[in-house]
Design a protein around this ligand. Structure first.
Ligand SMILES: NC(=O)c1ccc[n+]([C@@H]2O[C@H](COP(=O)([O-])OP(=O)(O)OC[C@H]3O[C@@H](n4cnc5c(N)ncnc54)[C@H](OP(=O)(O)O)[C@@H]3O)[C@@H](O)[C@H]2O)c1
Length: 281
């Protein structure tokens, strides 16, 4: 569940289809369609998933086109976007967490997605130059004015989750932090979300774009189970993340139909207590 919306166990992170190394549009659309065919109902994006300075919203527009051309059932699809990061076009990621920027950015995301209201809008990353309460205040404004239906946070600490819940009167429905077999330091936020009933979306759940292919090589315990079960170590990683709490919804990135199909199948992989014990937490 994300707030009042029910979504499938595994989501689709759309970032690899718009940043460095992105594929052509036909392959990207085929990937999103493959995700939907596999039962994925959560697609994660951000206005900053683009390459060049003039391309803000590249990934959001791509998702809108993929949904437009999808012939299957898309009623339950939830598109989650984010604001607060910027890409000036030189490869860097900069930040603007000011309320005025977030309000303007959310309006632009709404237009890029071609929706009346954004299903889930996530504040991408606390900006050290802006009071966190001011950024969260923008989420309250966007909720109250109907630009967004639900609000979430990303790259936050337990203290920030609690502060945001106070400011929004308990209206934060999701937290997106980095979490994978090799990066477990967001376990405290995962646990806090489980206690508060907030969806926890592990990002880079396979270790990130450059490392995901080597997951089995760098995490031997995951490869062992994958060999025993005849599945990919990536599927084992996602199944392990799902086992940590019912609020966990991993969002593996994919730019090829076969990878998102494989990842989506992790929802059906149930690891035994013994297997889970060998993977730790
Ligand atoms: N909030 C934030 O600050 C933040 C930061 C980073 C990412 N994110 C979000 O999290 C999503 C996922 O993170 P990520 O893309 O950085 O890293 P990731 O999900 O750990 O890895 C993505 C890579 O994994 C490969 N892959 C996916 N499923 C696979 C499988 N079953 N077997 C083998 N390889 C597989 C994909 O390959 P192909 O490309 O070949 O399909 C892709 O390049 C992003 O798309 C984005 O939506 C958020």
């Amino acid at each position: 569940m994300i707030g009042s919306r029910s979504v499938a166990a595994i989501g689709h992170g759309a970032m690899p289809m718009s940043i460095e190394g992105r594929p052509d549009e036909a392959r990207s659309i085929a990937t999103i369609h493959a995700a939907l065919d596999a039962g994925v109902t959560l697609i994660d994006t951000a206005d900053s998933y683009h390459l060049l300075a003039g391309e803000v919203g590249h990934n959001e527009r791509l998702i809108a086109r993929a949904l437009e051309t999808y012939e299957g059932d898309k009623d339950d699809v939830l598109v989650a976007t984010k604001g607060g990061h910027l890409r000036p076009g030189d490869g860097s990621w900069t930040q603007d967490g000011s309320a005025s920027h977030l309000i303007e950015a959310a309006e632009a995301s709404r237009a890029a997605l071609g929706v009346e209201a954004i299903d889930l809008y996530q504040f991408h990353r606390p900006d050290p130059r802006v009071k966190f309460a001011d950024s969260v205040g923008a989420l309250v404004h966007l909720l109250d004015t109907g630009v967004i239906r639900m609000a979430g946070l990303s790259n936050v600490s337990v203290d920030q989750i609690e502060e945001a819940q106070e400011i929004t009167d308990g209206r934060i429905v999701s937290v997106q932090n980095q979490f994978s077999p090799a990066f477990r330091s967001s376990l405290a936020e995962l646990r806090a979300c489980a206690e508060l009933g907030i969806a926890f979306l592990p990002y880079s759940p396979l270790g990130g774009i450059g490392n995901a292919g080597d997951l089995g090589k760098t995490n031997a315990a995951f490869q062992r189970i994958a060999d025993d079960r005849g599945v990919s170590p990536q599927q084992v990683a996602l199944a392990w993340e799902l086992s940590l709490a019912p609020v966990v919804i991993p969002i593996p990135g994919a730019s090829r139909p076969e990878t998102i199909r494989d990842s989506a199948a992790a929802a059906e992989l149930h690891l035994t207590e013994e297997e889970l014990a060998s993977l730790g937490e």
